[in-house]
Design a protein around this ligand. Structure first.
Ligand SMILES: [Zn+2]
Length: 242
């Protein structure tokens, strides 16, 4: 994947976040154009919270797995008894099955982040979008081994549409957004990553970070400072609601 693999466009990044004016979530309008086929087994509204009443947050890591960075992140999480959700690109999972299995063994969870990570996938045909979602899930499940569960779908760059949310829900994957954008994929420096997170963190938050897409040493260094801070502030680590 290239550096601009995730969250590359401002509009795309904004689409994964809650908004009062242009949110692609929740309401069903005449513009929804959802085909009648398929039964949605989970909600197709975008999930933006942990769903818990306590001081929990959900850490999410996109664009991996990376055999280099993901194990380092897992080790750091384990040190603080923290958990996270990993939104994986299908071919990356296929290339690093041991890393997917390590995520499972740690008790962390998996999210589908498409096959080709195209931030304009919502413009594609239904057939192609279906492959992006179900193909990636299959690669993740095959990499993780028997019993692997994938519970969410996060569109690349937050490029959700009524149609791809429907496809996601028909396949049992809840669309997953975020409320805190660390912007770590841009490698803006550890201090900036931390201040981006500190500005928006609150109970129930879903934090977007990256374990894939290149050198994640800044993400790792930021996490090393962030985890003990959050623990001392009484935060706990949960998963997004389903
Ligand atoms: Zn991404």
């Amino acid at each position: 994947m290239t550096l601009a693999g995730c969250g590359g466009s401002a509009t795309g990044a904004a689409a994964g976040r809650p908004s009062t004016s242009s949110s692609p979530s929740a309401k069903t309008t005449s513009g929804d154009n959802v085909p009648p086929g398929g039964t949605e087994t989970v909600s197709r509204t975008i999930e933006y919270t942990t769903g818990a009443k306590d001081r929990s947050i959900a850490l999410t890591f996109d664009d991996g797995p990376s055999p280099v960075w993901t194990p380092k992140i897992l080790a750091l999480l384990a040190q603080y008894h923290a958990h996270a959700t990993f939104c994986e690109i299908g071919p990356n999972a296929k290339a690093a099955p041991a890393t997917v299995q390590a995520i499972r063994a740690a008790g962390d969870r998996l999210c589908d982040h498409s096959v080709s990570h195209n931030e304009a996938m919502s413009k594609w045909t239904e057939q192609r979008q279906t492959y992006e979602i179900t193909g990636a899930r299959q690669m993740i499940v095959e990499a993780g081994g028997s019993g692997t569960e994938v519970s969410w779908f996060r569109a690349p760059g937050g490029d959700f549409s009524p149609l791809n949310r429907h496809i996601s829900a028909v396949n049992g994957l809840r669309p997953l957004g975020w409320t805190v954008d660390s912007n770590d994929w841009q490698r803006p420096g550890v201090a900036t990553i931390l201040s981006n997170i500190r500005k928006e963190i609150r109970p129930g938050a879903i934090v977007l970070m990256h374990d894939g897409g290149g050198d994640r040493s800044q993400t790792l260094a930021a996490l090393q400072q962030l985890l003990p801070q959050l623990v001392s502030e009484g935060y706990s680590f949960d998963f997004p609601a389903k």
